[in-house]
Design a protein around this ligand. Structure first.
Ligand code: GUN
Ligand code: ZN
Length: 448
């Protein structure tokens, strides 16, 4: 964490409540001339500059971002770092796309010297896009996990990642040789990385289609035996996938896709299911009752033609399921959670459920953090949270400047930033109170 105390001044934005259950006005916290004070990597105060500046210890320099927005670092709840080089491969749906593009690329991560620079690029790109925490699939090889955590620990990021588990329906060079070996390799990786720096290990069965029943049981055992680890996988992304899973895990023993995971002990708080596009009522209810989370990956669901996520079903008051945003690169086409939020808005519009600026940024911060059960640590500027935050520039481009110069409300400003923004809107990214990325590459503090 940062030594001593650091402070930044700007327009503070965070969320104190769930805007899908209350109202956006009630959920939003906004301090027009705010001060954020960090000590040893944590937020110790967030509020009015005039009030807080008097209590600053002597010698603390305030970095000033007067007309900029300071938000919690963005939190992505689903991505594949091993796929950054295959974004934008033309023309196929999920299962063919995996066969033709994904597996040939992921096999290359058996080579640590191939993995390391891509892991470095991925971490740098996250920070350039204002993402301070992400939940990430690696490849089958343990080296792919080492490479990512080496880079994320070096940068001080709270990153969640794990080795992909799969033992069927893919080329043998990307499969685990057995569930037993996959268990051993995962156990060693958990011991090597979980809790090192800010790293969190996620047990990562790829999806039910490429996992035998034994492999899914191994995933459940690893997750249970290592408290504090998370679990991530894919769920009901594509109609063909759903049909194949029903053939492999047929009814009546398995009632549906969610039941396959539940019968193997994979539902519960800290489990995050990517996509969840094609779910039935019973499945939403099981996700709710078990405290499982979902990652909404709109750029991917559109790019791969998977379908239109139903946020309204996830947000139903009687059975709220925590939902975050995921880039799902490389099914997804952008690492920017602003661009992801923009597509989430459009998918919502097509489903008759448009979301305002507060809801979109909530999904990209607290939403993801809550799905991952890390909301006590990240996703908020509330004192006690880790001091990961992002500085957004509403005038980053001529068009943004023209659009946002006279917006009526913070909610509208956030909406414009989500729909029009991308990495250019990210002026600076801070990890544990320290500058980790600055767009204009001018590292010194600005004059107050
Ligand atoms: N389902 C199983 N593996 C994958 C993957 O790598 N990407 C996406 N989008 N879906 C998957
Ligand atoms: Zn994915």
């Amino acid at each position: 964490g940062c030594q001593g105390t650091t402070a930044v001044r700007g327009r503070l934005v965070w969320f104190r409540d769930d805007p899908f259950l209350t109202s956006s006005d009630e959920a939003l916290v906004y301090v027009d001339d705010g001060l954020l004070v960090c000590h040893d990597g944590k937020i110790v105060a967030a509020g009015d500059h005039g009030r807080l500046v008097r209590d600053l210890p002597p010698g603390v320099t305030v970095e000033s971002y007067r007309d900029k927005l300071i938000l919690p670092g963005l939190v992505g709840s689903h991505a594949h770092y091993v796929q950054v080089r295959i974004i934008a491969e033309y023309g196929e749906e999920l299962l063919d796309w995996l066969r033709d593009y994904v597996y040939p690329e992921e096999r290359r991560f058996a080579d640590a010297s191939y993995a390391r620079p891509i892991a470095a690029l991925f971490c740098d790109e996250l920070l350039r896009n204002g993402t301070t925490t992400a939940m990430v699939h690696c490849a089958t090889s343990p080296q792919s996990v080492d490479a990512l955590f080496e880079e994320s620990v070096g940068r001080g990021m709270r990153l969640v990642a794990g080795k992909v588990l799969m033992d069927r329906k893919a080329p043998s060079d990307v499969l685990d040789s057995s569930p037993e070996q996959a268990y051993e390799e995962s156990r060693k990786l958990i011991e090597r990385w979980h809790g090192v720096g800010r790293s969190v290990y996620a047990v990562t069965p790829r999806f039910a289609y490429t996992c035998s029943s034994e492999m899914l049981r191994v995933a459940g055992a690893l997750w249970r035996e290592h408290p504090g680890t998370l679990l991530q996988t894919h769920l009901a992304e594509n109609r063909w996938e759903v049909a194949k899973v029903a053939e492999l895990f047929p009814p009546p023993r398995y009632r549906d896709y969610v039941d396959v995971y539940e019968k193997h002990g994979l539902l519960g708080p800290g489990a995050v299911f990517a996509h969840a596009v094609h779910l039935r009522k019973r499945e939403w209810e099981r996700l709710h009752h078990t405290g499982s989370g979902v990652s909404h990956c709109p750029t991917s669901n559109l790019f791969l033609g998977s379908g239109l996520f139903r946020m309204k079903r996830a947000a139903r008051r009687s059975r709220r399921v925590p939902v975050g945003l995921g880039s799902d690169v490389a099914g997804g086409t952008s690492l920017s959670l602003l661009q992801t939020a923009s597509e989430a808005y459009k998918v919502g519009a097509l489903r008759g459920y448009p979301m305002d600026g507060v809801k979109l940024f909530y999904l990209a911060t607290v939403g993801s953090a809550t799905a991952m059960r890390l909301d006590h640590l990240v996703g908020s500027l509330e004192p006690g949270h880790e001091a990961d935050f992002v500085v957004l520039d509403p005038a980053a481009t001529p068009q943004l400047d023209a659009r946002t110069a006279d917006v009526d409300s913070v909610n509208d400003l956030l909406f414009s930033l989500a729909v029009m923004g991308d990495d250019r809107a990210v002026l600076a990214t801070y990890l544990a109170g320290r500058l980790a990325h600055r767009r204009d590459a001018c590292p010194g503090p600005l004059p107050v």
